[in-house]
Design a protein around this ligand. Structure first.
Ligand SMILES: NC(=O)c1ccc[n+]([C@@H]2O[C@H](COP(=O)([O-])OP(=O)(O)OC[C@H]3O[C@@H](n4cnc5c(N)ncnc54)[C@H](OP(=O)(O)O)[C@@H]3O)[C@@H](O)[C@H]2O)c1
Length: 225
């Protein structure tokens, strides 16, 4: 069996998988159809982040056109536990809308891409942002409205507790990414009684799904029978 791993190229630093890698967008659905055809791809596993909705939709459309089997590998969403103070919202615009003026110091643990939703709040809130790369272009928020942390997970509970204390955070905005790497901030918020605005996952067309690489390998094995 041969496989190739595709990265969007959105970040400078990458975890290198033990597979050949290609980097960069395909050019929409048609570009992906062309790529899959040209490289004689027989199976597609969508292992993108649960919030990479465009790429997932493109994979669904391209595989449907070529009649290729597609598997989505998605870690389970986090579930609220006793002590969590979550408010669920469907997207980043809704998160910005319900951010109370009372909660002044906000940890936007959402990466770079959707910061624009919070521009209108920059006068009355102070933000702490955490991004993977220092490089990546200008941020849409006024420089006086945020402090920037550059770090890549996994993050540990003790460090997240220290961060929330150091910046006197009183609210976190988080995507429901699932998985262990970025969960410590949610646990830290629970321990400190800090509110979390939890952005729920985008809803996609139904697909064959699994939750782990092990299950993805089993799916591939079954396809060979
Ligand atoms: N969104 C998040 O919160 C998040 C968090 C951590 C990691 N990531 C990862 O970062 C990448 C970009 O995320 P996003 O939210 O910007 O995605 P997105 O909105 O779904 O995709 C935007 C465009 O980026 C290109 N792209 C995305 N993933 C790609 C891949 N694996 N290989 C080749 N091209 C890809 C595609 O361009 P073309 O249309 O030109 O093909 C796609 O249309 C994804 O691979 C995702 O898994 C995202």
């Amino acid at each position: 069996m041969q496989a190739i791993y595709s990265y969007a190229g959105a970040t400078q630093t990458r975890r290198t998988p033990a597979l050949p890698v290609r980097v960069g967008g395909f050019g929409g659905v048609q570009g992906l159809v062309d790529y899959l055809s040209a490289h004689h791809i027989t199976h597609v596993i969508d292992a993108t982040h649960p919030f990479a909705a465009q790429m997932s939709a493109n994979a669904i459309a391209a595989c449907a056109r070529l009649n290729l089997p597609l598997l989505s590998m998605e870690r389970p969403a986090w579930q609220a536990r006793p002590g969590d103070q979550w408010q669920h919202v469907p997207d980043m615009a809704a998160a910005a809308k319900i951010l109370s003026p009372m909660l002044k110091r906000v940890f936007l643990a959402i990466g770079r891409k959707q910061l624009a939703a919070f521009v209108g709040l920059a006068d009355e809130h102070q933000f702490v942002l955490r991004v993977i790369d220092q490089e990546g272009g200008a941020l849409p928020l006024p420089a006086s409205s945020y402090e920037l942390i550059v770090a890549r997970g996994p993050f540990q509970l003790a460090d997240e507790l220290a961060l929330l204390g150091k910046y006197r955070i009183d609210c976190i905005v988080s995507k429901n990414a699932g998985g262990a790497d970025t969960y410590a901030k949610i646990e830290a918020a629970r321990q400190l009684g800090i509110a979390v605005i939890m952005v729920d996952r985008p809803v996609l067309e139904p697909r064959t799904q699994c939750q782990s690489p092990q299950q993805a390998m089993e799916w591939l094995d079954r396809q060979r029978c």
